[in-house]
Design a protein around this ligand. Structure first.
Ligand SMILES: [Zn+2]
Length: 467
């Protein structure tokens, strides 16, 4: 018996993965009419049907629905070992929007294969998770490898910050039982030559900030010099959040202490792989990067609070720019938060900073949507050796550990509910995978190696917890 191969995956899973790649299942934050459009529903039903066709001994597949929320796909696979606890295998099926025009010959919802790389929105982030987890379980049962009870949980609001997940977890609480291990397949990789396990994730705080000064727009010849510009006031408010010269976030509560072990790991990583955070950026030529050293950049990407402006309102496009004093300016602030800063606390502080002592007594409205980051708890000894064995057996190289700059709200949410849970956060989002950008790419051999590594980890878990 052999593990999952490219050939077996092409036969059993690839056609459905490609069909999923054609569905624009855009996450609700980017498609307020997601319900009427029905694409998330189509994607869910497609994956559910594929799941039902798996050759597993004892399992059930269903879609859990809650009025007004995105669904969750559940595949509950009975244990084949004398174990009590539950393993949750997590992924998501909602997608980021296309972002912009894709390169020649590629399109977000028309999957293209080049060699062993698949290009389409949402395959690497994170549609492959359903296929990798269930292929791994199917392969284990085919080979007679024992596993504990496994619940594959595929949500559909992750790219919006998982606003629907807690409600689903509430409904699932009894059914999930004692969750011992969470395997999350939505994370990143530094290289494609080994299994990468995530040690921390940053949080995310999205804030809509609007400054109003007029009831309606006015001729700038009559109002400028008299009515303060909403843009100028917003600029002053932003100066409270971030040092405009350096990009350093100025609110002390948004900074977290970096554990010494993470500093050491970042230095070791850049010693081996160079400027991992800097090299992968498609910068214009001659651009000077932030941070003095590659290690600075890696630590800043994984531990620093940062501000990005991701949207603007009340500002016409350049073709429509007239000589007016605009009535308001609105910006979308997207902050990344250190792994150990609570998102709700950060949202309160940010709102206070933006709304107190507002220049010229302008009207400021702030709405926030926070997600807390995550710091991996220490690994149980069985899991530490299982990860090493899994990486060596599937990739032929030792496991790697790294912090990530992105956010997966579910990990913090699950860790809060099940304090004893062990985590494995891994994934296929390596160099050139372009998650959230144009030309998103799934590297098929890496996906298969990750799926086979999941089998190893589940097998080691069953051995470690069997009575
Ligand atoms: Zn994702």
């Amino acid at each position: 018996m052999s593990p999952i191969s490219l050939e077996s995956f092409e036969r059993d899973a690839l056609p459905t993965l490609l069909a999923y790649g054609e569905i624009p299942a855009i996450s609700p934050a980017y498609d307020e009419h997601w319900r009427e459009h029905g694409e998330i529903e189509r994607a869910t039903q497609l994956l559910a049907q594929w799941a039902r066709d798996r050759a597993l001994a004892d399992f059930s597949v269903y879609v859990q629905t809650i009025e007004g929320r995105t669904p969750v796909l559940i595949v509950d696979v009975a244990a084949t070992a004398p174990t009590i606890g539950t393993v949750v295998l997590y992924g998501h099926l909602d997608k980021q929007p296309p972002l912009g025009d894709w390169s020649e010959g590629l399109a977000p919802f028309s999957p293209t294969r080049r060699g062993d790389q698949l290009f389409a929105r949402g395959l690497a982030d994170d549609g492959y998770a359903t296929f990798a987890t269930l292929s791994a379980l199917e392969d284990m049962e085919r080979q007679g490898m024992a596993h504990a009870r496994c619940v594959v949980l595929i949500e559909a609001s992750e790219e919006s910050g998982s606003p629907d997940l807690l409600a689903h977890l509430d409904l699932l609480a009894t059914q999930l039982g004692d969750v011992e291990l969470l395997i999350c397949l939505d994370s990143g990789a530094i290289t494609y030559d080994r299994l990468w396990v995530t040690t921390s994730l940053r949080g995310n705080l999205i804030a809509h900030v609007r400054v109003d000064v007029l009831e309606r727009g006015q001729h700038s010849g009559s109002s400028s010099g008299v009515v303060p510009s909403s843009f100028r006031i917003l600029r002053q408010l932003l100066d409270r959040v971030e040092d405009a010269a350096t990009g350093r976030v100025l609110i002390p509560e948004l900074h977290g202490e970096i554990p010494e072990s993470h500093r050491v790991a970042a230095a070791a990583m850049t010693a081996e792989f160079g400027d991992v955070a800097g090299d992968e950026q498609p910068t214009i030529s001659g651009l000077e990067l932030m941070g003095d050293t590659p290690t600075d950049r890696l630590l800043q990407r994984t531990w620093s609070p940062t501000l990005s402006i991701t949207g603007a309102g009340g500002v016409p496009s350049v073709e429509n720019a007239g000589n007016v004093l605009r009535p308001f300016t609105e910006l979308v602030l997207s902050l990344r938060l250190p792994p150990n800063v609570n998102g709700d606390d950060a949202a309160k502080v940010l709102t206070r900073v933006l709304t107190s002592d507002v220049p010229s007594n302008a009207r400021v409205t702030v709405t926030t949507s926070p997600a807390t980051g995550w710091l991996a708890p220490p690994l149980a000894p069985w899991l530490e050796s299982a990860l090493e064995e899994a990486s060596v057996a599937t990739f032929g190289k030792s496991v790697g550990y790294c912090g990530e700059g992105g956010t997966i709200p579910f990990l913090a949410q699950l860790g809060e509910r099940y304090p004893a849970v062990q985590f494995v956060a891994t994934g296929v989002l390596g160099p050139g995978s372009n998650a959230h950008g144009i030309d998103e790419m799934l590297d098929l051999p890496t996906m298969i190696n990750v799926a086979n590594a999941v089998s190893h980890i589940l097998s080691a878990h069953a051995a470690a917890t069997s009575r």
